[in-house]
Design a protein around this ligand. Structure first.
Ligand code: SF4
Length: 117
């Protein structure tokens, strides 16, 4: 039995996922929690947020995030790519900085507009 806290909504239900019983989920107040429990147990995903080096901007780093969740196990590889990335100002919030980040199929986007210095 695996115990998890559902992070799909602020209610934070305490879930139990029974691997010995076909991944049966209990403790969820709605069906989304059951889906989350099974996915978290079998194929955990996360939306990745970080910063990248910004060249010529009013700040030295630019906040970024993936535009969708990626497998948790792909995070170290994605962070390597993010750490190698250099972005030139100006940048608009929502601008795609990298397509198919580390082969995950998601894009890396800027979360803040940054003007030239
Ligand atoms: S199980 Fe449903 S109600 Fe409970 S935290 Fe998850 S999404 Fe929210």
């Amino acid at each position: 039995m695996k115990e998890l806290i559902c992070i799909v909504c602020p209610r934070g239900c305490h879930l139990q996922v029974d691997e010995t019983n076909n991944d049966a989920v209990t403790g969820n107040a709605c069906p989304r929690g059951a889906d989350y429990g099974v996915q978290e147990l079998r194929h955990p995903m996360r939306t990745l947020t970080s910063t990248v080096v910004l060249l010529g901007g009013i700040h030295r780093r630019l906040p970024v995030r993936t535009n969708g969740p990626i497998p948790k196990q792909a995070i170290p590889m994605a962070m390597d790519a993010i750490n190698r990335l250099r972005v030139e100002a100006p940048v608009r919030a929502g601008q795609v900085l990298c397509q198919n980040l580390s082969g995950t199929g998601v894009e890396l986007i800027a979360t803040k507009t940054m003007e030239i210095i």
